[in-house]
Design a binder for this molecule. Structure first.
Ligand SMILES: Nc1ncnc2c1ncn2[C@@H]1O[C@H](COP(=O)(O)OP(=O)(O)OP(=O)(O)O)[C@@H](O)[C@H]1O
Ligand SMILES: [Mg+2]
Length: 471
């Protein structure tokens, strides 16, 4: 199977909660009761970064990009990975980095006498209804049929949420709440578009490959929920990679096109049975479960008929297994077999237990706080670590791997070169400018290297640039 470059960008929700007893309880993200505005909290969060990087938009030693975008949502974009396990590790490393920054910012707050605690949430919607994203990037070979591939993927992405949605307690307009698969579904406005902010499409078709223009395109997927459980991240990226592989190999799947994708994405999110039919372009009516079953069947058929099944990596086998079990669980209307692996199921169980114990409605503010704590990335205040320790959330990575990825770039891609260059410059206090494809020493002439091949972890020109840094 041919290699692919993956990267995930995560925007985090940020709030500064007042101490208990002073306004809102800890764990809310209510702007009216916050101790500091999100803007001010983000400034505290980035103070140390700005001090060493002279900017709130920096590349790190591990090859990743860390920045503060408009709307004060801190964003972490993983370095280029070429394996799903590596990507999950790098995504977690991003959380660890931001958790460390949050701890430091909270110390600064205490020093300044500001009463409050900054929280960062890996979710996609705040209590005021603002949405922020988790974007997946997949390198694909440049072919004339990119648009057709993107269109084929629309029904796949519209229905993928029944497996990879983060779970969402959705307030009902007239009061009460219901549980939905996805936080993001209600926020998507378009199937395909080249603008992200104005139209918020499922796939952003802007042609910006961050690699050799003649050979590649970057598939920029906007629709996904941020994932808390590592196994959900694995499935989200792994199943998409396999579908892309099948399409790049020439498969055509146009018989699943939806009549109204944007209506379907909302209806599917709200239907926890996953079995209510939506209309296809050809007039047939099928459920999200049917569509996902069909994609899985075609992927496994393709793997078998081409002999590729034997080439699958361990993590790809796990992806297929979880995909299959997730669909079986939905078919049986019994999430037990995936309730430690899929975010929506892990969270549903957590909330149900809590509600039973305290006899609470789904719309109770305490349930909203618990739901939010599921997404809190803090290793002390967030729930992920506790759930994992109690066997209620599966893990894919080890703490050692994640710790290593905080400072070490993926060794098998272009990120290795960037990471080494950034580390050398930081150690020697040299002024550099870096992006995904460029490395530049600012004070030297003729000192820009363009890295057009994201698969390549070695480059003589970078060795020379490093020597110039050391000189
Ligand atoms: N050639 C490539 N193919 C696929 N993914 C790539 C490639 N090069 C880099 N990436 C990944 O794409 C992501 C780019 O993130 P970044 O936030 O900088 O881009 P962007 O979303 O296009 O920019 P912005 O957020 O400003 O709109 C990173 O996760 C990175 O690892
Ligand atoms: Mg981005």
């Amino acid at each position: 199977m041919s290699r692919r470059i993956f990267g995930v960008e995560t925007e985090y929700g940020i709030t500064c909660a007042p101490p208990p007893g002073r306004g809102a309880a800890v764990g809310t993200d209510d702007p009216d009761t916050a101790a500091l505005s999100a803007d001010d909290a983000a400034r505290y969060l980035f103070r140390k970064v700005v001090a060493w990087g002279r900017s709130s938009n920096v590349f790190l030693r591990n090859g990743a990009r860390l920045y503060l975008d408009v709307g004060s949502h801190p964003e972490y974009a993983t370095a280029e990975c070429d394996d799903v396990h590596q990507l999950v590790v790098n995504d977690r490393a991003g959380e660890r980095i931001l958790d460390g920054m949050t701890e430091e910012a909270n110390e600064l707050l205490a020093e300044d006498g500001v009463p409050g605690t900054i929280h960062l949430f890996k979710n996609n919607v705040d209590s005021a209804g603002n949405s922020f994203g988790c974007h997946e990037n997949y390198l694909v070979r440049r072919r004339r049929d990119f648009q057709a591939t993107a269109e084929t993927l629309v029904p796949f992405f519209v229905t993928r949420q029944i497996l990879t949605g983060a779970g969402h307690v959705r307030p009902r307009p007239g009061g009460g709440a219901s549980y939905a698969f996805s936080q993001r579904a209600d926020q998507m406005w378009d199937a395909l578009s080249s603008a992200t902010t104005r139209s918020r499409p499922i796939i952003n078709t802007r042609d910006e490959p961050l690699a050799d223009q003649d050979k590649y395109r970057r598939m920029h997927v906007i629709v996904g929920d941020s994932s808390v459980a590592e196994t959900t991240t694995m499935l989200k990226v792994g199943m998409t990679d396999l579908v892309l592989g099948m399409l790049e190999d020439g498969a055509r799947v146009r018989d699943l096109d939806l009549a109204e994708p944007m209506r379907a994405i909302r209806e599917i999110s709200r239907d926890m049975t996953a079995t209510t039919p939506v209309e296809l372009a050809d007039g047939r009516r099928v459920s999200a479960l049917d569509v996902q079953t069909e994609f899985l069947t075609r992927v496994t058929g393709w793997l078998d008929s081409t002999g590729r099944r034997g080439e699958l990596t361990d993590v790809q086998r796990r992806v297929l297994d979880l995909w299959e079990r997730g669909l079986q669980a939905l078919r049986a209307q019994d999430p037990t077999s995936v309730q430690t692996e899929l975010d929506w199921a892990i969270k549903a169980r957590l909330l149900e237990r809590y509600r039973e114990k305290h006899t609470l409605g789904l719309d109770d503010p305490r349930v909203a706080r618990l739901s939010l704590a599921y997404h809190d990335i803090s290793s002390t205040r967030g729930l992920a670590r506790t759930l994992a320790a109690r066997g209620l959330m599966a893990r894919l990575t080890t703490d050692e791997e994640v710790d290593a990825a905080v400072t070490a770039p993926p060794p098998t891609t272009r990120a290795r070169l960037r990471g080494a260059f950034v580390a050398e410059a930081q150690d020697r206090r040299r002024d550099i400018t870096v992006d995904w494809v460029h490395l530049k020493i600012n004070d030297a002439a003729q000192s820009t290297v363009v890295l057009k091949d994201p698969f390549s972890p070695v480059d003589e020109r970078v060795e020379e640039l490093m020597a110039a840094l050391r000189a």
